[in-house]
Write a protein that binds this ligand. Structure first.
Ligand SMILES: Cc1cc2nc3c(=O)[nH]c(=O)nc-3n(C[C@H](O)[C@H](O)[C@H](O)COP(=O)(O)OP(=O)(O)OC[C@H]3O[C@@H](n4cnc5c(N)ncnc54)[C@H](O)[C@@H]3O)c2cc1C
Length: 687
């Protein structure tokens, strides 16, 4: 009888195993590597339906970089065009010799090896003044030779290159993208073959790379290609995507053409040529042949969450700060713009999105500084921060209006407006990231049980499958039941023991309960949507809508965490969280309408009614922004203020009837005026 039971049990699991095998998506080798890279943190909590951020406290890590150097850099080169310019060499030499390229290089090789939080704050500050300088500092400190060598380089490679990367003798770049491999980064990538030349093992490769940042000025170049070994000459390593290092004087290398990325004046260009590369110049040596994609994905798991979000934060901060001050003083119809509800609506949008970016940048930096490499969260950060920063700029442009359109010294937005699409496109263009990566990778990696089921199926391990499947069933039932239950304050206090819960502010309690409840509902809906299996790759409307809910939940928990750590304004926090939850209610509504009829009963009870924010509350929020100086202080942090931003600050201290005020006001509303070139005009008129 007992034996029969076991047999029956085994048959059942074997049947289930086969069924699951049918619905799991087809996963390519490159996708599998991406899935296995990095780890999980708050993303897993969200998929579990229960977020507890008590372990993430401000780390108070010591600063290693002298802030005076940042000010000196911006003082000297803040207004300069970085490239192409007569000063390009001077700027790069200043950056290199002052160690701006060494934040991720280990101290033992002469690098700064700063915390993520410190580097992010420095990058933000540089970008607030000059986004082109920001890009120039960002690239050597993100995915490229420095990071790859630090993690995977041989001892000899580290000793040869890292000290010279740390002191700026080497300027690095990294070439992966080509005309035929963009989003599908390794799809139709350049191909290299292992050959024997003069008795030595060499790689013979013809490269054709484009869009490569710093390529026109780089002298240490990382390149990615697909390596073949048709004559089986390699002793270790394998065929596949491989990363190698070459120097700019490498025979055959052509660094001859540059791009003009929307007049953003940072170096960006092509790398071409037919090359022979010593096999030992593979990063990590011959044994790392074929492991390139894994190396890239492991580094990207963390890196994607730092630089682009830091830059997005920079533009959003300047936009909020500048436009708020401008709207306070600029008058039309005998009243300041700030008093007009149409302007207020846009300002609130700007501050709302900026607060989401700011809070999540701080939480993500904290998570990274705690030693995690949350791959899915880094994708969320990249997409959300750059997309929301573009929203901030669009609203800012509308308010600053003519002043934002005409180039000139008083236009503090134009440099960010033209650079916003760059962040959105690079390191995985946002459309792909939102539609395919965030929820697609999230459900397979961040979900508490699906990743184990996936691994057990891939390794054909029915015992592991049984354990994971049972856990999954328990989880699914628990989430389903919880999605019906109301969250009690008692439960909430257990999960979110914020000091604030003891106060009598019902408003906050409601938002907190709503956030908790929505997180539980997401966990349940995710389990239902998971039944779609591999179809999710095609059904990108669905995947992207789930990604939006998941991302917003991460932002909302970040906002809650940021307030807990900084104690700035509960009212403001409530407002921001409420808006995020409202966006999610709309997304849930879409999911309910679009899931197949057979699945709809499972999520019929999920709430989709928004808690509308009244016009009166909107006006109250503007008053909060006006009266709570802590909010503006947090926005101002890391902004480098000079020129027009300084004027916008100064005007607040002047009496409106004074001459100084009028002088300052005129500077603020001034727009660039340029002499008309007479000769050109004659020609134009003639034409
Ligand atoms: C200024 C700049 C700097 C750069 N720096 C570097 C660098 O230093 N090194 C380097 O190697 N590369 C660099 N890149 C390349 C960058 O990573 C690519 O541009 C990016 O990966 C997108 O490739 P693509 O432009 O060819 O767009 P495509 O791949 O042609 O994509 C076009 C559109 O389709 C979307 N899309 C594609 N596939 C899917 C899918 N399966 N599902 C949904 N949507 C999809 C994309 O999101 C995008 O919106 C840089 C690019 C720029 C513009």
């Amino acid at each position: 009888m007992f034996k029969n039971n076991i047999l029956c049990n085994r048959k059942m699991y074997s049947f289930l195993f086969q069924q699951i095998k049918k619905i799991i998506p087809r996963i390519s080798a490159t996708e599998l590597i991406a899935l296995r890279s990095g780890n999980t943190s708050v993303d897993r909590m969200i998929f579990k339906g229960n977020v507890n951020l008590n372990n993430y406290k401000n780390l108070n890590l010591s600063k290693k970089f002298d802030e005076k150097k940042v000010n000196e850099l911006l003082n000297k080169y803040g207004n300069e065009i970085v490239y192409p310019s007569k000063k390009t060499n001077e700027i790069f030499s200043f950056l290199g010799s002052n160690k701006f390229f060494s934040f991720i290089v280990p101290e033992k090789y002469g690098g700064i090896e700063s915390s993520v939080s410190e580097f992010s704050s420095i990058l933000t500050k540089i970008t607030t003044k000059n986004p082109e300088l920001g890009v120039s500092v960002m690239v050597p400190n993100s995915l490229g030779p420095g990071e790859l060598l630090s993690h995977y380089g041989t001892k000899e490679q580290k000793e040869k290159y890292l000290p010279k990367l740390a002191n700026g003798v080497y300027i690095p770049c990294f070439g992966l993208t080509g005309p035929n491999n963009g989003s599908d980064a390794t799809g139709t990538i350049d191909v290299g073959n292992v050959v024997k030349k003069d008795g030595k093992l060499m790689i013979h490769v013809t490269i054709n790379k484009r869009y490569i940042t710093l390529a026109p000025v780089a002298n240490l170049i990382g390149i990615a290609f697909n390596l073949n070994d048709p004559n089986c000459l390699m002793e270790t390593g394998k065929e596949g995507v491989t990363l190698a290092l070459i120097e700019s004087n490498h025979s055959g290398l052509k660094q001859e053409t540059r791009h003009n990325p929307l007049d953003n004046n940072f170096p960006n260009g092509t790398l071409k040529g037919e090359l022979y590369i010593d096999i030992e110049d593979i990063i990590g040596g011959q044994k790392n042949a074929g492991h390139g994609w894994k190396m890239l994905m492991e580094c990207l798991a963390a890196g994607r969450g730092i630089c682009l979000p830091g830059s997005a934060l920079a533009s959003s901060k300047v936009a909020c700060y500048g436009v708020f001050q401008y709207a306070k003083h600029r008058k039309q119809f005998k009243m300041p713009l700030l008093e007009m509800e149409g302007v207020r609506e846009k300002l609130l949008n700007m501050f709302y999105n900026t607060w989401c970016i700011q809070s999540s940048v701080h939480l993500t930096n904290n998570i990274l500084d705690s030693g995690n490499k949350p791959a899915v969260l880094s994708a969320v950060m990249k997409q959300q921060s750059t997309d929301r920063a573009r929203e901030v700029l669009n609203d800012a442009m509308d308010i600053h209006a003519g002043g934002a359109i005409c180039l000139g010294e008083s236009n503090f937005l134009s440099k960010f407006y033209k650079s916003a699409p760059v962040g959105i496109t690079v390191e995985g263009s946002n459309t792909l990231t939102r539609n395919l990566i965030i929820f697609g990778q999230g459900i397979n990696k961040s979900h508490p049980h699906i990743s184990d089921i996936l691994e057990s199926v891939l390794s054909n391990n029915i015992d592991n499958f049984k354990t994971s499947f049972n856990s999954m069933i328990q989880h699914v039932i628990a989430c389903y039941v919880k999605s019906f239950r109301l969250v009690s304050i008692k439960n909430l206090q257990m999960q979110l023991p914020y000091e604030i819960l003891t106060t009598k502010k019902d408003n906050f309690k409601n938002v907190c309960i709503e956030l908790e409840k929505q997180t539980q509902e997401f966990a349940h809906v995710a389990n239902v949507v998971a039944l779609k299996g591999g179809a999710l790759k095609r059904e990108q409307y669905l995947s992207a809508t789930m990604a939006d809910i998941f991302s917003n939940l991460y932002l909302a928990h970040s906002v809650s965490w940021y307030e807990r750590e900084n104690n700035i304004s509960e009212t403001w926090r409530n407002y921001v969280i409420q808006r995020l939850l409202n966006e999610n209610y709309n997304s849930f509504r879409l999911i309910k309408k679009n899931l197949p009829f057979s699945m709809r009963p499972l999520i019929a009870h999920i709430r989709t009614r928004t808690t509308d924010i009244t016009f009166k509350q909107q006006n109250e929020m503007i008053n909060t922004l006006k009266n709570n100086s802590k909010i503006m202080k947090a926005i101002e942090e890391d902004i480098y203020k000079d020129g027009i931003l300084e004027e916008l600050e100064q005007i607040n201290y002047l009496s409106e009837v004074s001459d100084e005020y009028k002088h300052c006001y005129n500077k603020i509303i001034n727009v660039g005026e340029y002499p008309i070139e007479k000769k050109k005009l004659d020609f134009d008129v003639h034409y």
